[in-house]
Design a protein around this ligand. Structure first.
Ligand code: UDX
Ligand code: UDX
Length: 462
């Protein structure tokens, strides 16, 4: 079976870039990305893409209008496709059974019902969204109960491992592509069809095929292991601060042991992003559901430590500023969950800013890519009242405005431009003593001291 037409439901951070890369690499396949959000689709069709991602513009420009299309006509896109990626959101459930841990699958379910309703002939459905193990069987059950008798379906799992900020490089040159399918002849045929799409540019030996459940579970486990490393090094960052050790030196020393390796050992104010917390909590819930409370408690601690790291950073600020930040201007540099993305989902900045606002601080927030409206929306969703946002939050267009007459400066995202700030000018603009809280260890530490700042850097004792 040769794939000629692909559609993707969900034009988000995953669906948009992934489909753009498939279209760029497979000129013989028509690729349509469908989303119910018409503003988002209009942005994908414009020069101002809704997702900020280095290199994405070029990939989209190379294929858009040729074999890459963005539309709100979801039904039409499903009807025309041989293969349908489902890349809609799977947020953590906020209500009812499993609240705060389980994945909310309502968007996946409505996508499955729509596919059943619209489809004729044979379709391959591919889970791209991260979902709990066994979702494929739920999708299959919904579809077979709702589709016309002549329609046939196969369900595959193909989790995405791209990281935001490096999505284009990750998609172009992935460590591996993971595809899970059923061992039936139909399942294997569908699996091979998707393998041949990726084989347009990914070497065969890097395309891994497994059974459905292994593929679904591997995505959760990969993110849990990555996040666990960050929580581990962050636990050590607190010990370094207490003992006079330097967490970067410790990370380098252990990272050179090839069995441990150098990556994901950068201590920070905490990890964020749409996946880590959600996927670990998902794993926690899965373990609970299968009667494994010790295992679920073990993974829950990775998230607890992350929350503690953010709270501890706020406490450090308040204690250092003579136990009160009431009415004090604090410059916040960076709001995105990491550099090179405009995504703020689960960004540690939300937690830190919320807690500082509860202490009645006045925040001057600067981020080079995040829209002011999304900062206000994130704070409101985190429980900060509209009045407090209106009176105590200023969103500014450059870092120097942020630090003007500020009591303190805190870095919450490691944007490269922060490495090159004019520290003499900043010191001059700030009130004295000029306190710096470098939550991302992004500022030049020795230069900070040389310019007379009173600086705290995460994980650095002494
Ligand atoms: C999503 C999932 O959240 C994540 O678990 C998975 O690993 C990849 O897909 P992301 O692309 O970052 O991640 O999410 P988001 O940017 O929120 O995009 C989802 C899109 O789906 C949104 O544009 C939304 O409008 C759209 N959508 C959602 C639909 O078109 N229909 C729906 O029923 C629900
Ligand atoms: C992650 C996974 O890396 C990716 O494979 C998966 O498919 C989706 O989830 P992403 O959330 O885009 O990707 O970003 P990632 O680079 O993993 O960073 C997550 C968070 O951890 C960020 O807040 C980042 O700043 C933080 N981090 C990362 C650290 O604090 N220290 C590190 O050493 C690495």
């Amino acid at each position: 079976m040769k794939i000629q037409s692909i559609c993707c439901l969900g034009a988000g951070y995953v669906g948009g870039p992934t489909m753009a890369m498939i279209a760029a690499k497979c000129p013989d396949i028509q690729v349509t990305v469908a989303d119910m959000n018409d503003k988002r689709i209009a942005a994908w069709n414009s020069d101002d893409l809704p997702v900020y991602e280095p290199g994405l513009d070029g990939v989209v420009a190379s294929a858009r209008g040729r074999n890459l299309h963005f539309t709100t006509d979801i039904r039409g896109a499903i009807a025309a496709a041989d293969l349908i990626f489902v890349s809609v959101g799977t947020p953590t459930k906020s209500y009812g059974i499993g609240a705060g841990r389980a994945a909310d699958l309502r968007y996946i379910e409505s996508a499955a019902r729509l596919i059943a309703e619209v489809s004729q002939g044979h379709k391959i459905i591919v889970e791209k969204s991260t979902i709990p193990v066994k979702t494929a069987s739920a999708i299959k059950a919904i579809i077979s109960a709702n589709s016309s008798s002549e329609a046939t379906f196969e369900v595959l799992s193909n989790p995405e491992f791209l990281a935001e900020g490096t999505a284009i490089a990750d998609l172009e040159n992935p460590d591996r592509i993971l595809i899970g399918g059923e061992s039936t002849p139909g399942g294997q045929e569908a699996l091979e069809a998707l393998v041949s799409v990726y084989a347009h540019w990914v070497p065969r030996e890097r395309i891994l095929t497994t059974n459905l459940w292994s593929s679904e579970l591997s995505k959760l486990v990969a993110n849990a292991f990555l996040a666990q490393r960050i929580s581990s090094i962050n636990s050590i960052s607190a010990l370094c601060e207490a003992t006079g050790a330097d967490v970067d030196e410790v990370a380098r020393a252990i990272g050179m042991d090839s069995r441990i390796g150098p990556k994901f050992l950068k201590s920070s104010v905490g990890f964020g992003g749409s996946c880590f917390q959600k996927d670990i909590l998902n794993l926690v819930y899965l373990c609970e559901s299968f009667g494994l409370p010790h295992v679920s408690e073990y993974w829950r601690q990775v998230v607890h430590l992350n929350d503690w790291q953010k709270s501890r950073f706020v406490e450090k600020i308040v204690r250092t500023l003579f136990n009160t930040v009431n009415g004090k201007r604090i410059a916040i540099l960076g709001f995105a969950f990491k550099k090179d993305t405009n995504d703020t989902r689960e960004s540690p900045a939300i937690h830190v800013c919320r807690d500082l606002l509860r202490e009645q601080a006045v925040l001057a927030i600067y981020d080079p890519e995040v829209e002011p409206d999304s900062i206000r929306k994130d704070l409101a969703e985190a429980g900060v009242s509209p009045e407090l946002i209106a009176s105590n939050v200023e969103i500014v267009a450059d870092p120097y405005t942020a630090v003007d007459k500020a009591h303190a400066l805190a870095t919450l995202t490691e944007w490269d431009e922060f490495k090159h700030l004019d520290l003499a000018r900043i010191h001059h603009l700030m009130l004295k003593p000029a306190f710096v809280f470098d939550g991302r260890a992004v500022l030049p530490t020795t230069a900070l001291k040389a310019h007379g700042f009173d600086a705290f850097v995460i994980g650095k004792g002494g």
